[in-house]
Design a protein around this ligand. Structure first.
Ligand SMILES: Nc1ncnc2c1ncn2[C@@H]1O[C@H](COP(=O)(O)OP(=O)(O)OP(=O)(O)O)[C@@H](O)[C@H]1O
Ligand SMILES: [Mg+2]
Length: 187
């Protein structure tokens, strides 16, 4: 089953939330020059013990208690492997976790990025006490330079002067802001 990458980003970020991350960084890099797509999610949460880290790509590795399987990581791992890439997870207990997914950009099986603004808005508005940073990087095939767009929920809060992201017109405005900035980078 194919799933858009934005939904993988949501899954992996939810792990960071449940892992008690207070700062979560989400990087999406589309590098047409190198023919790679990279997603990297970093948190400062409780981390993953070495024993668990060894088997984390196995569906039966989970600290969930209501069901015995955890599918977020194995599923993204499958997608990476299917698309000529890999999934790397590094973690230090008490410090945090970094999950890096790479894929061949032009791979025929690579899922579309999908609706990143919706994923981001879901995270930003569901977890107002967590500081999120999103960075989008894009490099065209014939370009030397990486174009970068970066925004944090702290910066957004300053712009919004206390109006919460759950306010419907603010929600729409920020979502469009993300959409436009991502599209602009590709022009
Ligand atoms: N960023 C993280 N910080 C702390 N623990 C993590 C992190 N990411 C994953 N884990 C641990 O790895 C386990 C497996 O994660 P995975 O996403 O594969 O499954 P899950 O989250 O348990 O279930 P599902 O993703 O299907 O809802 C989690 O249960 C959690 O214990
Ligand atoms: Mg998960």
């Amino acid at each position: 089953m194919m799933k858009e990458l934005a939904l993988h980003v949501l899954d992996i970020s939810e792990n960071s939330v449940r892992g008690d991350g207070k700062h979560i960084e989400i990087l999406l890099r589309e590098d047409l020059r190198d023919d790679t797509l990279v997603i990297r999610i970093t948190d400062d949460g409780r981390g993953i013990a070495p024993d668990m880290l060894k088997t984390i790509k196995d569906p039966f590795t989970t600290t969930r208690t209501l069901r015995k399987v955890g599918l977020g990581i194995p599923f993204l791992n499958d997608t990476c492997l299917m698309c000529g890439g890999k999934l790397e997870i590094s973690s230090t207990v008490g410090v945090g976790t970094t999950v890096t997914a790479s894929m061949q950009y032009s791979h025929i099986d690579r899922p579309p990025v999908g609706d990143m603004p919706s994923t981001l808005m879901t995270l930003f508005s569901s977890y107002p006490d967590i500081v999120f940073r999103f960075q989008y990087e894009y490099r065209a095939a014939q370009e030397e330079e990486m174009r970068v767009f970066s925004i944090s929920t702290e910066e957004l809060a300053q712009i919004l002067e206390g109006v919460p992201l759950t306010n419907p017109s603010v929600y729409m405005w920020v979502k469009e802001y993300l959409q436009e900035n991502m599209e602009d980078l590709k022009k």
